[in-house]
Write a protein that binds this ligand. Structure first.
Ligand SMILES: CCCCCCCCCC/C=C\CCCCCCCCCC(=O)SCCNC(=O)CCNC(=O)[C@H](O)C(C)(C)COP(=O)(O)OP(=O)(O)OC[C@H]1O[C@@H](n2cnc3c(N)ncnc32)[C@H](O)[C@@H]1OP(=O)(O)O
Ligand SMILES: Cc1cc2nc3c(=O)[nH]c(=O)nc-3n(C[C@H](O)[C@H](O)[C@H](O)COP(=O)(O)OP(=O)(O)OC[C@H]3O[C@@H](n4cnc5c(N)ncnc54)[C@H](O)[C@@H]3O)c2cc1C
Length: 581
């Protein structure tokens, strides 16, 4: 924190990888600096911001975002914590009526935070208005003791990010002033009357913001992993490629190139998509402050789509990188295990991926139906009812591949919508029919999201300002990315008739050529990410390639190596050896 202040870096702008380099097992302040800060910025009114933001910036207040309960994470409308307005005292009474209403998971809540944005069901004048955000002090600002009526603690060890002290929280009729409800979008007036927001999902804004931030952070984490695995693959020599010849760098093996190069490409695909969503988010934020919420649904869907795809791709990519390093990828000092455990959680948090993809699918089906009826639909989904013809671009050109994606995605939505109608006729209930089609619906959302990511990659590469040589490498990477994802999804392209079996064989051949062509660029590409050694924190991925020396030096630091014979020998092993058991 002192370093960031010295260098005048606002906390919100500190890179996730910089922070990861210092705190590899999670960060107790991340929800404070990301979600809590954002919730104050976007959900609190100007007066409330004046009151709390300076204190949060000086870390007098350290906050968290307490929404999830032990009984409900996904289904926000099902939260059970209540905030009942008492007109006598002009206070809200926060209460956790059941075990399932216990807040569970908020990062930093266990021991670090002294305040929280709590999402609770708002009741006033006898009516429930659904989940709303409240600023709640949890601990004494001087002694750090939890306040009467607040019961909190830490939830116990997790797969990773154990320094984040995820916590639990219960309220026992805990009173807060009326003015602690975050009132930028909706309000409860002194007499208890409710003023509704201009869009009823504005209180979900912090989740949308965080989903966008997660996309960016996923590309950074994947970039770290491919840097480590690629550099290691250039240092590591193993087996014989040609019998009797010296052992080659493992990066010479085509299978190794296939493990790494598509994920190097993926870093760019995610990064370019993140930039595009971030731009849209800024536009939407500016529009909302002028009272216009027209683009909010599009932002919600795009952030769900990109969060789901980037978290899945980066998690799989990091695991592939770990496996690509053989046994040494399993050692903590490689840096890969902590990258994995701090990334796989992005699949679950901030909206579990399947659930987010179903939100995307809902939007696709609605937009498809609206398009058929000639109603207006937003630009990103206009293609569903008006996919352009294939023959406009040269066969198998990049543009043709994007068109193939577009048509296959539109085709899948069309097929799934027909299934939904058939199922509805059988079930006579939309919700049951929806559930019976939900696997196909998730596939629709995935293909649409992949189409978006491919399109963003291509359009960015085409418009990027770079030297011819750099542009040429990026074009090859982009081509590899397109072909790789077409081969992974080939069934959809065959079904839509956009690509034939022969086309797919041709593309596969080209992919193998691209792997060989890009092989000499692999190390320069990851070097260009420009991660400092301290930041990567990896014995395998350091810039100088001294892998074996670093592994050996790191092993010397193991506490078990402090003495030749460990205490355990005298305490357990020797008695066991002598016991004749
Ligand atoms: C040393 C210190 C240094 C510090 C350095 C800091 C470094 C900073 C780097 C930052 C990088 C990364 C940040 C990472 C942060 C890490 C920490 C995060 C930890 C995780 C936190 C959490 O998990 S918080 C909890 C998150 N919870 C969820 O996400 C819950 C998911 N569920 C939902 O969102 C909703 O329940 C739902 C969307 C699934 C459904 O909502 P609901 O039931 O209300 O709606 P419906 O499905 O009925 O839909 C009705 C219509 O509403 C539309 N809708 C839904 N949501 C929205 C929305 N958000 N905006 C707009 N519209 C929305 C929906 O589409 C429907 O529309 P129609 O179809 O038109 O009716
Ligand atoms: C490391 C970590 C940090 C977190 N930090 C925070 C935090 O700071 N603040 C906070 O409030 N929360 C936090 N969370 C909680 C997180 O947001 C939730 O865990 C997440 O939203 C998923 O909800 P859930 O756990 O209830 O899963 P569930 O919804 O119970 O999911 C379980 C399974 O059910 C499926 N499912 C659920 N609903 C549907 C549906 N409608 N259709 C189809 N399938 C469905 C899911 O796909 C999944 O397979 C954190 C979680 C983790 C793991």
């Amino acid at each position: 924190m002192r370093k960031l202040a010295e260098h005048n870096i606002p906390l919100r702008e500190a890179s996730i990888t910089q922070v990861h380099s210092v705190l590899r097992d999670g960060n107790p302040l991340i929800v404070h600096t990301s979600m809590f800060a954002n919730a104050l910025a976007s959900l609190a009114n100007p007066k409330q911001q004046q009151q709390w933001v300076p204190l949060a910036e000086k870390n007098r207040i350290i906050g968290t975002y307490a929404q999830t309960e032990i009984g409900h994470g996904t289904f926000v409308r099902g939260l059970e914590t209540t905030a009942i307005f008492d007109p006598e005292t002009k206070e809200f009474v926060l209460h956790s009526p059941t075990i399932t209403s216990t807040k569970w998971w908020p990062g930093g809540l266990g021991k670090t935070a002294n305040a929280a944005i709590v999402m609770a069901q708002l009741y006033t004048q006898g009516k429930c208005y659904g989940p709303h955000p409240f600023f709640v002090q949890l601990r004494d600002f001087d002694t750090h003791h939890s306040l009467p009526g607040v019961i909190l603690g830490e939830i116990g060890p997790r797969l990773g990010i154990n320094s984040q002290d995820n916590g639990y929280l219960r309220f026992d009729h805990y009173r807060i002033p009326r003015t602690n409800m975050l009132m930028r979008h909706s309000q409860v007036l002194e007499d208890g009357s409710y003023v509704k927001p201009i869009h009823n999902k504005l209180s979900y804004g912090t989740m949308v913001w965080t989903r966008v931030a997660i996309v960016h952070s996923c590309s950074k984490k994947l970039a770290c992993a491919v840097t480590i695995a690629t550099r290691y693959s250039a240092v590591r020599h193993q087996s014989e490629l040609v019998p009797g010849k010296p052992e080659p760098q493992i990066l010479e093996y085509q299978t190794q190139q296939y493990k790494l190069l598509p994920h190097i490409a993926s870093v760019f695909a995610i990064l370019f998509s993140a930039s595009s969503v971030l731009r849209m988010q800024r536009n939407v934020a500016a529009s909302i402050s002028k009272g216009n919420v027209e683009l909010l649904p599009e932002l919600h869907i795009l952030s769900c789509a990109m969060k789901a795809l980037s978290s899945q791709d980066s998690t799989q990519g990091i695991e592939t990188c770990r496996l690509a390093c053989g046994g040494h990828g399993y050692i903590a000092s490689s840096g890969l295990p902590s990258l994995y455990t701090s990334t796989t959680c992005t699949i679950t948090y901030e909206g579990e991926n399947t659930v987010l993809l179903l939100q995307v699918a809902r939007y696709l089906i609605k937009s498809y139906r609206a398009g058929l009826e000639g109603l207006p639909v937003l630009p990103s989904v206009m293609y569903l009812t008006a996919p352009s013809a294939m023959h406009q671009s040269p066969p198998l050109s990049n543009q043709a591949l994007i068109e193939a994606f577009r048509i296959s995605s539109a085709n899948l939505v069309k097929e799934t919508e027909s299934r939904l109608c058939r199922q509805f006729n059988l079930e006579q209930n939309f919700h049951y029919a929806w559930n019976r089609c939900s696997v196909a619906l998730v596939h629709c959302a995935e293909l649409h999201s992949r189409y978006y990511m491919c399109e963003k990659f291509l359009s960015t590469v085409e418009s990027i300002r770079a030297s011819d040589r750099v542009r040429s490498v990026l074009q090859d990477l982009c081509r590899l990315y397109l072909i790789h994802h077409i081969t992974l999804n080939q069934g959809h392209f065959l079904r839509s008739g956009t690509l034939s079996g022969v086309d797919l064989s041709t593309l596969e051949e080209e992919m193998y050529e691209l792997l060989a062509k890009l092989r000499p660029q692999a190390v320069p590409l990851v070097d260009a990410f420009d991660f400092r050694d301290e930041l990567l924190g990896s014995t395998l991925g350091a810039w100088d390639g001294r892998v074996y020396e670093r592994l050996y030096e790191e092993a010397q630091k193991s506490p078990l190596n402090k003495t030749d014979v460990s205490k355990a020998y005298h305490k357990y092993l020797q008695p066991l050896m002598k016991s004749n058991l």
